[in-house]
Design a protein. Structure first.
Length: 140
């Protein structure tokens, strides 16, 4: 498996890194290790330290990601111009029951579909400028 450690694990926007994780030390994984060794595609000790530093705050940041995604998903699900919200934390999501059994929370990622198709979705994207933080009670 390939994992980006840049965003969730490091979390401070100051390192670019990733990890390759394998269940078995087979010939395919050895090929990857050879490419890594010959190409020098290894993180520096300082980059590793930056990722480790970020891991200390990971539970708190993920809790925030999950809460923010849930709030956005709930708000979008009530919006008349939104056709569908794809977030397993919503009770109506087809994967909700499985996610509730397998996960402590529902993650920080979501997507949604704008009512009206591609042209309307592109129009919505063109109108976006910046997301700002608002108190949950102020969100409509």
């Amino acid at each position: 498996m390939l994992h980006s450690t840049t965003k969730y694990l490091a979390g401070h926007c100051d390192v670019l890194s990733g990890a390759v994780v394998a269940k078995t030390d087979d010939s395919f994984f050895q090929r990857i290790r050879t490419i890594q060794a010959q190409g020098g595609a290894v993180a520096s000790p300082f980059d590793c330290w930056l990722v480790l530093r970020g891991i200390r705050t990971l539970p708190y940041r993920v809790r925030g990601h999950c809460g923010n995604a849930r709030c956005v998903a709930e708000c979008l699900s009530r919006h008349p111009r939104v056709e569908a919200v794809h977030f397993p934390g919503l009770p109506g999501h087809p994967g909700h029951a499985v996610a509730a059994k397998q996960m402590q929370d529902f993650g920080g990622m979501l997507s949604f579909q704008v009512r009206g198709g591609k042209d309307e979705a592109l129009a919505v994207a063109a109108r976006l400028r910046i997301f700002t933080r608002q108190r949950a009670s102020a969100v409509r």
